[in-house]
Ligand binder design. Structure first.
Ligand SMILES: NC(=O)c1ccc[n+]([C@@H]2O[C@H](COP(=O)([O-])OP(=O)(O)OC[C@H]3O[C@@H](n4cnc5c(N)ncnc54)[C@H](OP(=O)(O)O)[C@@H]3O)[C@@H](O)[C@H]2O)c1
Length: 238
C-alpha cells in the first residue's frame, strides 16, 4: 500500500533528498518548506509517488496547524513523520566569550519545540495509520555521554533535548503500537553552517539512502527506549 510520509525542512540538504527518496519509492510525500518555489505544484514520480510541498516554519504555531490541516484534508493517516528541519546556531564560542542567548532560544524553539509542535499536530494522523513511526533526525552532538566539545551550546543542547523528547513520546505511543527512532545522519555535505560543508563525507543523497536503510532495518518492534542510531545502524550512547 502507498505510504504517506511527512518530512520537515525539505527546502535543502538532507530533507530535500529524503523527500525525493521516498517519492521515488512510491510514497505520497508531504514536504515542509519555509518557502514554496514559484509556480509550485505537486510533483508526480515513478511508482505513483508524489511530493506535495507545504509551507512550514516550525517556530510558527499557525503554520504548523495549517500544515497539519492540509495533510488531514488530503489523507486519512500518515505512516511516517520525519522531523528533519533544524538550525545550527553558533558553534565556535565557548563560555569564555559572549554568548548569544537570543539565538540559542531561537535554535531551541525550532529544533526542540518546533519538532514537538509538529509531532503533536500530526500525532492523531500517525496513530491512525498502520506504521506509527516517528523519526527524529538528531545528531551525535546530542549524546551527553560521548560529548567532547567545548562549544556548540545551542545545537548540542537542542539535540540532547530532542533525544529526551523522543524518549517521552516513545513512552507515550509504545502501547498504542507506535515507536520513535532517533537517527544521526552522519556528517553531511549541506549548507547548515552557512557555506557548503566540504569536509563532510556524505552527500545529502547518500545520507538519505542510509536513513531509509536504517528505517527499513529497524523493524516494527518497539523496545523500552527509542533506538538512537548512527548512519550504519550502530547504537549510539545517550
Ligand atoms: N549536516 C550534517 O552534518 C548533520 C549532522 C548531524 C545531524 N544533522 C541533522 O540533519 C538534519 C538536516 O540538516 P542538513 O544538514 O540537511 O541542514 P540544512 O540543509 O540546513 O537543512 C535544514 C532544513 O531545515 C530548514 N529550516 C530552517 N529553519 C526552519 C524552520 N524554522 N522551520 C522549518 N524548517 C526550517 C532549512 O531551510 P533553509 O535551508 O531554507 O534555512 C533546511 O531546509 C537536521 O536536523 C540536522 O540537525 C545534520
Amino acid at each position: 500500500m502507498q505510504q504517506n510520509v511527512f518530512i520537515s525542512g525539505t527546502d535543502h540538504g538532507l530533507g530535500a533528498s529524503l523527500a525525493e527518496a521516498w517519492a521515488d519509492r512510491g510514497a505520497r510525500v508531504f514536504a515542509g518548506v519555509l518557502r514554496l518555489p514559484p509556480g509550485d505544484r505537486p510533483e508526480p514520480r515513478a511508482e505513483g509517488g508524489t511530493i506535495r510541498r507545504v509551507v512550514l516554519d516550525l517556530s510558527s504555531d499557525d503554520q504548523v496547524a495549517q500544515a497539519a490541516a492540509i495533510v488531514r484534508q488530503s489523507v486519512g493517516h500518515l505512516d511516517l513523520v520525519v522531523n528533519n528541519g533544524a538550525i545550527l546556531g553558533d558553534i565556535t564560542r565557548t563560555a569564555f566569550e559572549p554568548l548569544d542567548f537570543n539565538e540559542m532560544a531561537r535554535v531551541y524553539n525550532i529544533n526542540v519545540l518546533g519538532t514537538l509542535r509538529l509531532t503533536q499536530a500530526l500525532l492523531p494522523l500517525l496513530l491512525a495509520g498502520p506504521t506509527k513511526l516517528l523519526v527524529n533526525i538528531s545528531s551525535e552532538a546530542g549524546s551527553i555521554s560521548s560529548c567532547n566539545r567545548q562549544s556548540w551550546y545551542a545545537y548540542a543542547m537542542s539535540k540532547a533535548a530532542l533525544n529526551m523528547q523522543s524518549a517521552l513520546l516513545h513512552n507515550l505511543i509504545r502501547d498504542k503500537g507506535g515507536r520513535v527512532l532517533i537517527l544521526h545522519p552522519g556528517h553531511v555535505r549541506t549548507f547548515m553552517q552557512g557555506a557548503e560543508d566540504v569536509a563532510a563525507v556524505l552527500t545529502p543523497d547518500e545520507a538519505a539512502r542510509l536513513v531509509l536503510a536504517n528505517i527499513d532495518r529497524s523493524g516494527a518492534a518497539a523496545g523500552d527506549r527509542p533506538l538512537f542510531l548512527d548512519p550504519q545502524g550502530r547504537v549510539l550512547s545517550w
